[in-house]
Each structure stands twice: as C-alpha cells, then as structure tokens.
Ligand binder design. Structure first.
Ligand SMILES: [Fe+2]
Length: 444
C-alpha cells in the first residue's frame, strides 16, 4: 500500500524514472492495446522475490475486464467469507449473502450451516430487501425464520459451505481445496481463540457498514502493512506500536502478524479494560493477532473484544465493508461494560474510517498517468506481496497454481507465544529497517 502511495507521490513530483525506465513507461502508459490479463508476462514483475518485485499494475484496481475475470477466477474459486456464524446461531435462521454479485442464502438447518444460490424466485422478498441500499442494511436486520429449511429451500441450488473462527465461508465453483486446507495452520495456531469463536460464545455488540469508493484489493492491502500507523492512526500506536509488531506467517491462504506486547496508552482499546475471552490463554492477554483470510476478510483479535471487517464487491471502484464488534458474556457483566464497549467501537470505527479515506485517495492515485507499478518494501510489505501473488495464482488459472496453498516463512522474527519460546533471531529496530528500506528503494 505504501509502495503505491510512494509511487503515486513520486509521479506527482515528476520523478517517473524511479519506477520504470521512461521509454518503457511511455510505451506501456500510452499504448492503445488492451492488456491481456491472462498473460503471464503482465504479472512477472510481481512474481519475483519481494526484494526485487513490483506491485501489480495500477489498472487492476479499476479495469472492467480485469474485474470480470477476477470475479470468476478469484472470487468464485475461493472460500469467500459471507457471514458471522453468530448471526445465524438458531435453527431456522436464514440470512442473505453475496459472493461478488452472486446472491446467496445462508441457513441454519438444525445446527448445520447450509448455503444456496438465491437466483430463483423463492425468496424474492428477502432478496429485494438485500438489494436495496446495502450500506444501510446488515444481515441481522433482514434475517428470517423458517420452520423447515430443507423443505423450503428444496428448489434452490446448494453451495459448498463451511465455518471456522466464527466465520461462514462459501465456495461458489465447488473446486477449492477443503476449508481446512485453505486455512492451513491458522486455526491450529490460534486454537484457543477458535474455542472462543465457536457459535454461541461470541456476542456482537455493534455492527456497521461502509460504502467505499475504492477497489477491494486496496482495502486488504492497506490492512496488510502497518508502517502507516504513525502517520494515519497516531492513537492506535499508543496501544499497538509499530516496533511491537511481530511478523508471523505460516502455511495457508492467509496473511498474519501480531502485536506483542500491547501497551497501556490511555486508549479505548487498552488491554485490561474488560475481562479477556475465558478460553484464551494468559500468554495471549497482552497480544493482538492481525489476520487477513484470502480473499475478503480481515480482523485483529484482541484479548477481550475485536472488530472484524468483511468485504463484498460488485464493481471495480466500489466496495462494501460489513464490520462487527464482538466480545463475550463475561465482558458484558463487567462494571461499566456498555460504555466501555461503545468507546471501543467508536475507536475502531474511527481507525477504519481513516483507512477508508486513504484507500479512496489511493484509488484515484492509481489512475494517474504517472503511476504504473510501485516497489515493495522488503521488510514491511511481505504480506502485501503474498496477497498479490495469491491474486495472480488465480488470475492465471494454471493447474499448478490455481489452488496452490502457499507455504509460510522459513524464518520468522515472531515470538511463538503459544510455545513460549524465544525469537529465532534478534528483532531489528523499526528505525533501522526503515532506513534500510529507504536506501534500497532510492537506489533502485
Ligand atoms: Fe490503517
């Protein structure tokens, strides 16, 4: 993300030669030939090691042809997050959903989650409500109760569905690896959180939606780098400082890192204001886990409450975010819990709004004549590089990569909190890393 901002800023200053040779830039920028998004060569600058790689072209955030292919090759072939499990916890609950413009229905059928295409006429009333101003409607607001799910859904086409970490996922084309394979080592790594996230143990206290004028990938990429925190979220740095961020990346269709230790900085989300999730071990009480599951959900797990964001999209330049603040029963019984949770929600709402404003600006920046691709910061943007390569794996639609589950890092600076082991190598200070990154980019 910052690579994009950096390159857009440079383009504005007329310093194009830092990005690509001028001749190459002019040929690409003013060529009348449409990009063939199925060609390997389009993506080759992104397919190299992060030290040398360039980001995807700026047009992937606004090109209609790319968007059409992306809908089929990325969204329909993935396990897409479509709901919070807690929002359909009672048998007979039916809520609407959406996978890149494909309307679906989700149902709790005697304790089993089921999913269906909603492309018939059986549930026009529900679908009609959902197709209104989506930014003003949550799934809970249009939830229905059916006495016999199997019978009433019998004419609809079933879809592959699964759940993990309190989230419901749907695979539209039915060809993805199992959801367990998709998530890799994520659930085993956070197994005590998984206990807390099971249906019925999570309580959503606040929900909101955001209607955003930016491509969905920009919102994911913004979440995946954290060195914009001091400039964009100074208050967040008081509890989750940049220097306290620890990188961890295992095998799976996700990007992950953590903050340890969380610090008490007088913010609404300081640790200790509410009791932690009962199932979460004491060694996690001063840690936050930042996770984005490919393609469309991200969240930060804090010890006592967290704010999850799920994305849906139907056009290149517009994304809807569905956000939920969740906690647990013991937290609700704490003194002044209602006011504290309102403060926590307001804090996250503000952070998310700050991110949205940046992404909307970057969306415009990527259309600039002066922007084509940016460089990755080799230390901070490994998650972003991983994400973009997942997109490319699917866009190329090649047998060997389309359903590839990427491995994790061979080496990590992350303190393995669950095993209480020490770091595998000394952590470099953020200032030193930033200086090294700046020097590398300026010499490129
Ligand atoms: Fe941010």
């Amino acid at each position: 993300m910052l690579a994009l901002r950096r390159q857009v800023a440079r383009a504005g200053a007329g310093s194009l030669t830092r990005t690509l040779p001028v001749g190459t830039f002019l040929r690409r920028k003013f060529s009348t030939a449409a990009t063939d998004w199925t060609e390997q060569a389009v993506y080759s600058p992104t397919r190299t090691h992060v030290d040398d790689a360039y980001t995807l072209p700026g047009s992937v955030y606004s090109d209609e042809v790319f968007h059409g292919l992306e809908t089929q090759r990325v969204w329909h072939s993935s396990w897409v997050c479509v709901a919070e499990l807690a929002d359909m916890s009672n048998s007979g609950d039916v809520i609407p959903g959406d996978v890149a413009g494909t309307p679906i229905l989700l149902a709790n059928d005697g304790g089993h989650v089921r999913a269906f295409r909603n492309d018939g006429g059986a549930f026009d009333e529900m679908r009609g409500v959902f197709e209104g101003p989506l930014s003003d409607v949550t799934q809970v607001q249009v939830k229905r109760q059916l006495s016999d799910v199997s019978k009433q859904m019998s004419e609809l086409t079933p879809l592959r569905v699964g759940s993990a970490m309190g989230l419901v996922f749907v695979n539209v084309n039915g060809e993805a690896p199992t959801l367990t394979e998709w998530l890799g080592d994520l659930v085993p790594w956070l197994t005590d959180y998984e206990e807390a996230l099971k249906a019925g143990e999570l309580i959503a206290t606040h929900r909101t939606s955001y209607d955003i004028k930016a491509n969905w990938k920009l919102l994911i990429e913004n979440f995946l780098e954290y060195y914009h925190l001091p400039a964009v979220h100074p208050a967040l740095c008081n509890v989750s400082g940049v220097d306290e961020h620890q990188r961890y990346q295992g095998k799976g269709m996700y990007m992950g890192f953590a903050t340890h230790p969380l610090t008490v900085g007088g913010t609404a989300i300081d640790p200790g204001r509410l009791p932690p999730f009962p199932s979460v071990g004491a060694h996690r009480h001063k840690s936050a886990y930042h996770i984005s599951i490919f393609p469309n959900v991200f969240f930060s797990l804090y010890p006592e409450a967290f704010f999850r964001v799920r994305l849906s999209q139907s056009s290149p330049g517009r994304t809807l975010e569905h956000a939920t603040l969740q906690t647990h029963a013991a937290a609700l019984e704490a003194p002044n819990a209602s006011a504290i949770l309102q403060e926590i929600f307001a804090f996250w709402d503000n952070v998310n709004t700050e991110d949205i404003l940046i992404c909307e600006n970057v969306q415009e920046g990527t259309k600039s004549l002066g922007y084509n691709r940016g460089r990755f910061s080799f230390r901070f943007e490994e998650p972003l590089h991983r994400f973009q390569n997942m997109v490319v794996d699917k866009m190329l639609c090649e047998d060997e990569t389309r359903y590839r589950i990427p491995e994790g890092d061979e080496e990590t600076t992350f303190l393995d909190l669950s095993a209480q082991t020490s770091v595998s190598k000394p952590k470099e200070s953020t200032v030193a890393v930033a200086q090294r990154a700046r020097a590398a980019v300026m010499s490129s």
